[in-house]
Design a binder for this molecule. Structure first.
Ligand code: AMP
Length: 620
């Protein structure tokens, strides 16, 4: 039960507020809290319904929602009104779904392929945020019911590979469910915390978290030092999991019983029965050697453990290949991994356990319930945030560079990739044209030198810069990346104090594969990018120079000789001609000639204006 305290000023009884930890999963979700007396994390089991809440939302004909186990029953009877796997849609556009649009049994709207996806149920449209909020509301109500206290604050977990957009969407879903989301925590970090790893600030170790659920797989390598959790690398497959084991079993039975796959697919009753039996067989084989079953006494559904293992061996091998890649990215050898943590229901399969333990050369940790471990860790994090434990920082790294567009469409990086978050960085900019009162700030993410090759996150105008000559205004652009990986960009003109900021909620998310592709592209194009950057920089310098010189001549014509004007015009003309050549050296040479020729002018004009000023001054 929650602790009770007395408000000393009013004498009223106050209940100490519980902060819950939530694992908002693709297939299943859970809510956990720290028991106030024995201080252990506990997954909430409201009214004996079990701790697991299937992440399924069903809409009734009257538009009401049913969430969890009761909703799951409608998956086969009313698929169009029953939403599952909504986590796969969070923060994503239709394009982001790649070839997986058909995966969903309900209607995913594709009318605006750049915008965030929506789901159509009956005649209404729902965003994945709203649908996730329904699941969170259910978890919140269960927690309130079980703990008999209001629950307003939570820590929610997300996969380590979730990008800004997906994290922000998760946060928004929490808000919509009436929860103040104190922190978005990476699932592997939560799993490590549940095993007590990282709670001692003196501890330094590297751990692997292997998470094989129903439909997703990921492996994360975490480094923990001084209470800081750093994701060194992640790998996985967002469309691989226990469901693939079930499918392998079904196909095996179809073959053994000489059934036609197409006929089975069309027979709703039969395919549903096969699915249920396959999952039952798989679970049975986690503790026994043989499963014997039939469907309607006609179809033979027996399975032996070694046959099952032959069937799933290629799938398990794929997960081990991901582990190998994650280790290579983290530049580590298996013996450098201090502990391996098992997460997700499918890690109960003995063959999976053995394969992972063999790969890492040590017995994996599976003493905690693999379905609950992430929620338990989230509850521990909530407890830390409530100030009940020594302060422990959770740190991640940003996977891609964040920066802004500068002259010529170049990317100016402000927070480099792999920077630890939270972090803050900034740079000073100025205007390029006299009297410029607005400055466009375009924020990009990516590794390429040209912004057009990167991904635009946001754009805004800093308005109201006082009119000054080019180069005079001082505009500080600051990037603040918070612990959840959400970026705030602020621009301040220092002389006037004009200020503008945006919180970056990217229009659409990036898949893991896209992040990888962006990194690969940056390596492949590194050389050509460098030369393009140099040409653009030379061209920008030249354009600025032409602008300044032309303005100068126009203003100070009376103080220059006709020869000087003619020579300047010729040199400017020459520079304009070579601008288009794309040859950096030729451009810079022409810039040097013009600069050398015109630099004495500035001094002369200064002398003249000083003389004029002196002449105008009355000396008493
Ligand atoms: P999760 O997404 O973590 O809730 O994992 C759910 C997956 O774990 C489903 O594919 C289940 O069939 C699978 N699962 C649950 N219990 C077992 C078990 N005892 N043996 C094998 N797989 C299981």
């Amino acid at each position: 039960m929650a602790k009770v305290a007395i408000n000393l000023s009013t004498g009223a009884l106050q209940q100490e507020e519980v902060i819950v930890g939530i694992d908002l999963g693709t297939t299943n979700s859970l809510v956990a809290y720290i028991h106030p007396e024995d201080r252990t994390p506990i997954a909430i089991n409201d009214q004996g319904q079990g701790t697991i809440v299937p992440s399924v939302v069903h809409f009734t004909q009257t538009g009401e929602t049913i969430v969890g186990t009761a909703a799951k029953d409608y998956l086969t009877t009313d698929p169009a009104n029953t939403i599952y796997s909504v986590k796969r849609l969070l923060g994503k556009s239709y394009n982001d779904l790649g070839g997986h649009q058909d995966y969903f049994g309900y209607k995913v709207i594709d009318d605006n392929s750049e915008g965030l996806v929506k789901v159509r149920v009956q005649d209404k449209f729902y965003s994945p945020i709203e649908l996730s909020a329904e699941i969170l509301k259910e978890l919140r109500e269960r927690a309130e019911h079980a703990l008999k206290t209001p629950v307003n604050r939570a820590v929610i977990t997300v996969p380590a590979y979730f990008n800004d957009s997906q994290r922000q969407a998760t946060r928004d879903a929490g808000k919509l469910a009436g929860l103040e989301v104190l922190r978005i925590v990476n699932e592997p970090t939560a799993a490590a915390l549940a095993y007590g790893i990282g709670l001692d600030p003196e501890e330094e170790k590297t751990v692997a978290v292997y998470d094989l659920g129903g439909g997703t797989f990921d492996i994360s390598i975490l480094s923990i030092h001084q209470g800081i959790f750093e994701v060194l690398s992640t790998n996985g497959d967002t469309y691989l999991g226990g469901d693939d084991f079930d499918r392998a079993i079904i196909n095996h039975w179809i073959q053994n019983n000489e059934l036609i796959a197409d006929t089975v697919n069309q027979d709703k009753h039969l395919s549903q029965e096969l699915r249920l039996k396959a999952e039952e067989a798989k679970k049975t084989l986690s503790s026994q050697q043989v499963y014997a079953g039939t469907i309607d006494g006609k179809i033979d559904c027996h399975l032996e453990r070694h046959t099952f293992e032959t069937l799933i061996a290629p799938i398990v091998a794929r997960t081990i290949e991901s582990c190998r890649m994650a280790m290579a990215d983290a530049k580590l050898q298996p013996e450098q991994i201090a502990a391996v943590i098992m997460v997700g229901g499918s890690t109960r399969v003995p063959m999976v356990y053995e394969a992972v333990s063999t790969f890492f050369g040590k017995q994996a940790n599976n003493s905690l319930n693999p379905d609950e471990v992430v929620a338990l860790g989230a509850a521990i994090q909530a407890d830390i945030l409530a100030g009940n434990r020594k302060d422990i920082l959770l740190l991640d790294v940003t996977p891609l560079t964040l920066g802004i567009e500068t002259m010529g469409g170049l990317m100016d990086s402000i927070i480099p990739r792999n920077s630890k978050v939270p972090t803050k960085a900034g740079r000073q900019y100025t205007t390029s044209i006299d009297g410029q009162v607005n400055m466009k700030i375009s924020v990009y993410q990516g590794e390429r030198d040209l912004v057009k090759e990167n991904r635009k996150l946001a754009e805004f105008d800093l308005k109201g810069i006082p009119a000054m000559p080019a180069g005079f205004p001082k505009v500080d652009v600051n990037f603040i990346l918070n612990a959840d990986g959400i970026l705030k960009v602020e621009a301040i003109e220092l002389r006037s104090g004009t200020r503008q900021e945006v919180e970056v909620k990217p229009q659409y998310g990036l898949t893991d594969a896209q992040v990888e592709q962006m990194l690969l592209d940056s390596i492949t194009h590194a050389r050509e990018d460098v030369s393009t950057r140099m040409v653009i920089e030379a061209r920008t310098t030249a354009e600025q120079m032409i602008y300044q010189v032309e303005r100068f001549v126009e203003k100070n014509r009376e103080h220059l000789t006709p020869d000087e004007i003619a020579l300047t015009t010729a040199n400017v003309q020459r520079l304009k001609e070579v601008l288009g050549t794309g040859d950096k050296d030729t451009i810079l040479k022409a810039v040097d000639i013009l600069e050398e020729q015109t630099s004495p002018f500035a001094e002369r004009i200064m002398q003249i204006s000083i003389k004029q000023a002196m002449a105008g001054k009355k000396i008493e």
